[in-house]
Write a protein that binds this ligand. Sequence first.
Ligand SMILES: Cc1cc2nc3c(=O)[nH]c(=O)nc-3n(C[C@H](O)[C@H](O)[C@H](O)COP(=O)(O)OP(=O)(O)OC[C@H]3O[C@@H](n4cnc5c(N)ncnc54)[C@H](O)[C@@H]3O)c2cc1C
Length: 515
Amino acid sequence: MNSSEAHSDVIIIGAGLSGMPLCRHPTAVKIKNAAFEIFDKGNEIGGTWSENTYPNLSCDIPSQLYSYSFAPNPEWSMTYTSQPEILAYIKRVAHTIQSRIHLNQECVSARWLEDQDLWRVEFLDRTTNDTFVRHSRVLFTAAGFLDIPKGPKSIANIQEFGGRIFHSSHWDHEVDFGGKDVVVVGNGASANQLVPWLLKNTGLRSLVQVVRSAQWIAPKDNQPIRKAQKWVLRNIPFTNRLYRWWLAMKLDLAFVAFKDSTLGRHVRSMLEASLVSYMEKTAPSQYHSILVPSYAFGAKRAILDHGYLSLDNPKAKLIKSQNLTVVGTNQIAGENGIVYPADLIILANGFKTAQLLTPMAITGLDGLNLRDLWERGSDGARAYMGVMVSGFPNLFLLTGPNTLPSGHSTLLGIENSVTYILRLLEPLLSSEGTSKKPHSSTIEVKKDAEDAFNRFVERRMKGLVYTSNVSTWYIDQRTGRNHLVWPGSQLEFWWSRCVEVIRWADFVLSKKKTT
Ligand SMILES: Cc1cc2nc3c(=O)[nH]c(=O)nc-3n(C[C@H](O)[C@H](O)[C@H](O)COP(=O)(O)OP(=O)(O)OC[C@H]3O[C@@H](n4cnc5c(N)ncnc54)[C@H](O)[C@@H]3O)c2cc1C
C-alpha cells in the first residue's frame, strides 16, 4: 500500500465477525459496488477467534446460531463449535473479499473534515512502522469490545516474579507445563475452558486457581452433530433458517428470567435452584461457598461447564482472593497470606470493556473527541441505537454501547445492527432519493434523539437484573452504568433494527458542501 492520501467510499476498522458482514450481507449490495476497504491491526482476520487460541476454547451458543444468516454452515461438527472451526468458517466467508482486507494496519486516529464531508483516517503500518492516511465518506468501527486484555493490576509486586506470565488471549503454545506450578487468575468463561484442559493434558505439578467472584455455571451438552442432521440442513430448503429461528427463540425464553417482574422472579428462582443443584452435585463440597453465586442469575453472562466443576483433581486448589502479592521469585500469596508456589501465571481475567474504542482517537464536529465524551464525560459510552453518536457524521459503530444481547448470540446481534446501518446508509449510497430520504452525502443523528433513546435504555435497564449490585464487565465502573447490554430480548433487538420503520426525523441528512 502506498502512503498517498487515497480515497475510499467506506473504511471499516476491524476484520472480525463485525467487519465482515458489511460486505457480504445481501442488503449490502450497494456497499459491494462501493470502494470499501477493511483494515485490521492483527496479522490474521477473525478478531476474537484468531487472537484467542487457548486450548479447549469453544462457543457458548449453538453453532447454527453462531454463523451468519447469509452464510449458513450445515457442516458444523459439534453442537458448540470450537475456536479452530469458527476461525476456518470466518476465513471461508471472507474469501471473496480478501483483496479488500489490509492486515497489520492499525487505525490510530480519525478526524471528520467538515469542509470536505470526509473522514481522514490515520493508520500505523505495523510491519514498517510507517504512518499513512486514507480518506473515506463513511467510517465503520468494528473494533470489538473484548479486544484489549486486562493486565496483572491485581498482583502486587509483579516485578519480582521470576516465572512466565501471559494472558489467556495471548496463549503461549510453546510452554512446557510438565512439572510446573501454575496459577490461573480468574474464573470466567476462559478459565472455565482452559483449567480442565491444563489438569488433564499437561502433567503440571500443581494448579492454584484464584477466584474473585462466583459465576452461574450451567451444564453444556456438547455433542457431535449427526450426519443425518447435516444432510437435512444441507439439502432441504429453509430447514437451516427454521432451525436458527427455533434456537434463537429458545435462547430468548431465558430473557424472562432477567426481568424484575413477578413472573421473572419466579422463573429466575427456579433456574437458580436447578443451577445450584447442578453445581453442588458436580463440584467438591469444600468449594461450594466459593463457587455458588449469591447474586441474581443473569446479572453476569452465565458460563457453560466444560468439565470445570469436577475440581476433585488432587493437583488443583481453588482459592478466593481479590488480590495477590508476589512474595518470592516463584511464590505468590493470596489476601489471607497463604503462600503458593508459582512457575507460571496465566491471566484469565478478561478484557478492558470500559474502553470501547481505544486506542483510536476519533474527532468529530467542532473538535468533539469521542474518547473524551465516553471515557471522561459523566454519561460514559452512549449512542443512538448503539450505532451513531451525535457530532460524528457518517460514523457507524458495531458492537457499540448497549448492543450486546445478553445470554444470546453476539453474532446475531451484530447482524441486526449491520442491517440497521445499511438501511441508514441508503440515502448516501443510492443515487436517487425520496422526500423522506433525499440523496445525501452526510447523515448525523440529532442530539435530542440520542438522549431520548438513552433515556429509554435507562428506563428499560431499571427493570432488569443487570443493575444488581455485582461486579461485572457489563458495567462501566466509572459511571456505574451498564453500557454493553441491550435491555431487551434478541427478538426485540431484531424487530427494532430490521423491521421497525426508521425514524428519519431523528437524523439530519445533508448534501455535499463542496465538490
Ligand atoms: C475468548 C472469547 C470467547 C467468546 N465467546 C463468545 C461466544 O461463545 N458467544 C458469543 O456470542 N460471543 C462470544 N465472544 C464475544 C465475541 O467477541 C463476539 O462474539 C465477536 O467475536 C465480536 O466480533 P467483533 O468483530 O465485533 O470483534 P473482535 O472479534 O474483537 O474483532 C475486532 C477486530 O478489530 C481489530 N481492531 C481493534 N482495534 C483496531 C484498530 N485500532 N485498528 C485496526 N484494527 C483494530 C482487532 O484486531 C480485531 O481483529 C467471545 C469473546 C472472547 C474474547
